[in-house]
Design a binder for this molecule. Structure first.
Ligand code: HEM
Length: 574
């Protein structure tokens, strides 16, 4: 009896010692010992501080203490942060893999996990990534395709202006961040999917319940992306070997937040799958009417008018023809019709195998477009409007430019090219508040960076938020100074040109950089120009300094509240 008690005590003691030792993570910490960094706590590493401050602020503080390359531990997971702009950019250019981001998405199982992995943003499969990018995504962001959607983008902001005019009449304040979200979802619908998602009816009209559900679903996914939003996520950081167990538990006993995220994913997935099904039916009808049985073949033959870049071959031949044409004709040749991202998806073929995209792959791209096109652009616009409203002298300069180039009416490329100050305002807004505050990569091999070795398998973080506010790179880094981006002096260089490569990377860089950058910039430029044609904005009380959060993306914590003020010359007209 005594010996069996002693045995049990011994087992318990050994287990306790094992847990204590495990919490110190000795082997991994030994491998990373030569890198400087904040002292890790037992078991939690530096996770608690990152959660408390947000990535953006924690990385800024640690850069001050530990220099351009430092390590930290998210639970047991080692992360190396590369803060030196040029070295950071070199990492993004070199490493083709984004590490798995362990929010609720990492608890997905079965088909839902496959769906997540099939999207351009999340996929780890390099061949799939290359194929999706060239077959499905690149044609949407050629200058020809973007030219073709300027009208739809103008219509999107006109509907927003109708809402703001009503708010102005009622003398109310409004959370402009949320309104921009309604607009960006609207624009993805019209410009990329060719449908009206009815997410901003404009004026006094109410959105349909379906449209509101779509918006709520997108907000839920971004709102619940953090580590602490679901009880099954922290254990995955603290003890990665528990992940299969956490997945099973999450699947069998989802908590409220997980149920909400899953329901939100189903709303968005249901919408895009429905749209893709309808697109297929339309294509089949069109194809039957043309006496052609193969949609893809008709697509390839029709290169030039619509989706000529679906396969490499088609792109190459379209490219050859285009080389002989004028610049304008070349743009048209590479353009896809507004709203035809979905038809591109249903006709796209993989670059190497020539196989069509599977149902799952097509839906995953549309899902990614809907989400990626929603929050980031809305936040970029809200932050920029916040900065302009907080700096009346900069607002005055912007108004002068807008009035000189396009006092009213639609704005296209010709006008935007003559609005350098407007472009500078967006660049500066993105510098101070990059909606993607840090880029993530996995070290696929040992990497040497500024005299340090980053071991293979480490997560590498490039903290754009912090780099873009580094006082060693940006004089008066906290000031909103669009003038940094305006060429000045005899050499006609903008002061920002003196910053090293990698000092401004709100869209990341390398093969995993933002594919939507040109789409987003065009949408944001048109929106700012059209808004400031009609309104200026007063910040509501309590907005300065703006509270921000960065569980994954960087966003205003509670919103950006403003009062839209009708421009003086319009007051008698409206
Ligand atoms: C101002 C708006 C936007 C900002 C600031 C932004 C920022 C970013 C950032 C920082 C990344 C990661 C880059 C990296 O890891 O190197 C990214 C990736 C991505 N973005 Fe955006 N984005 C914006 C708008 C959009 C839009 C409108 C779309 C949809 C068309 C989009 C689609 C994507 C996709 C699909 C990826 C993953 C690309 C890949 O892995 O190859 N983004 N974005």
């Amino acid at each position: 009896m005594e010996s069996s008690v002693a045995f049990v005590v011994l087992i318990l003691l050994s287990a306790a010692v094992a847990v204590v030792v495990y919490g110190f993570n000795p082997l991994t910490r030994w491998r990373y010992r030569k890198l400087p960094g904040p002292p890790p706590q037992w078991l939690f590493g530096n996770l608690r501080e990152v959660i408390k401050k947000g990535n953006h602020a924690a990385y800024t503080d640690w850069h001050r203490s530990y220099g351009p390359v430092f390590k930290l531990f998210l639970g047991q997971q080692p992360v190396v942060v590369v803060h030196d702009p040029e070295a950071a950019r070199a990492i993004l250019l070199r490493s083709p893999v984004r590490h798995e981001i362990r929010g609720p998405a990492s608890l997905l199982t079965g088909k839902e996990a496959q769906f997540n992995q099939a999207g351009l943003f999340s996929t780890h499969n390099r061949d799939l990534h290359r194929s999706l990018k060239s077959a499905a995504w690149l044609p949407v962001v050629t200058s020809g395709s973007l030219d073709a959607v300027t009208g739809l983008m103008n219509e999107g902001v006109e509907r927003l202006c109708d809402t703001l005019a009503r708010v102005n009449k009622e003398g109310r304040d409004i959370n402009i961040w949320r309104q921009f979200g309604h607009m960006t979802m609207d624009v993805v619908g019209t410009s990329a999917f060719g449908v009206d998602l009815h997410t901003q009816e404009g004026g006094g009209r109410r959105n349909s319940a379906e449209a509101e559900a779509l918006i709520n679903a997108a907000q839920t996914i971004f709102g619940l992306g953090g580590v602490t939003s679901c009880p099954y996520v922290p254990p995955v950081f603290l003890a990665p070997f528990t992940r299969p167990l956490m997945r099973v538990l999450a699947h069998c006993f989802p908590d409220r937040s997980l149920r909400e995220v899953m329901a939100a994913r189903q709303v968005l997935r249901g919408t895009v799958e429905d749209l893709i099904r309808k697109t297929r039916e339309q294509e089949a009808r069109a194809s039957a009417a043309n006496g052609k049985s193969d949609g893809a073949a008709s697509h390839a033959k029709g290169a030039g008018a619509h989706g000529g870049s679906v396969s490499n071959g088609a792109a190459a031949s379209a490219g050859k023809e285009a080389a002989a044409e004028t610049a304008a004709a070349r743009k048209r040749a590479r353009a896809i019709k507004p709203g035809s991202f979905l038809s591109l998806l249903v006709n796209a073929r993989h670059v190497d195998s020539g196989e069509p995209l599977s149902e799952l792959e097509a839906a995953a791209q549309a899902f990614t477009f809907l989400l990626a096109g929603y929050e980031t652009t809305a936040s970029a616009l809200a932050f920029t409007v916040y900065c302009i409203a907080a700096n009346p002298d900069k607002c005055e300069k912007l108004l002068q430019e807008v009035d000189a180039v396009a006092r009213g009416g639609p704005v296209g490329h010709a006008e935007l090219e003559r609005m350098p100050y407007l472009e500078a305002c967006l660049k500066e807004g993105l510098r101070l508040y990059p909606p993607g505050p840090f880029a993530v990569r996995e070290a696929t091999e040992d990497m040497e960076v500024r005299g340090h070795v980053i071991p293979r398998g480490a997560w590498v973080h490039v903290p754009m938020y912090s780099i873009q506010r580094d006082p060693e790179v940006w004089p008066e880094p906290e000031a909103f100074e669009p003038e940094r981006w305006i060429p000045a002096g005899a050499e006609k260089r903008a002061p920002a040109d003196a910053a090293p490569h990698g000092a401004w990377m709100p869209f990341g860089d390398g093969t995993r950089s933002c594919i939507g950058m040109r789409f987003a910039k065009q949408e944001a430029h048109i929106t700012l120009a059209r808004l400031f044609q009609r309104f200026t904005f007063e910040l509501s009380p309590g907005q300065v300094p703006l509270a921000i959060k960065s569980p994954f993306t960087l966003a205003p914590r509670d919103g950006v509240f403003v009062r839209p003020v009708l421009r003086e010359h319009l007051r008698t007209e409206e």
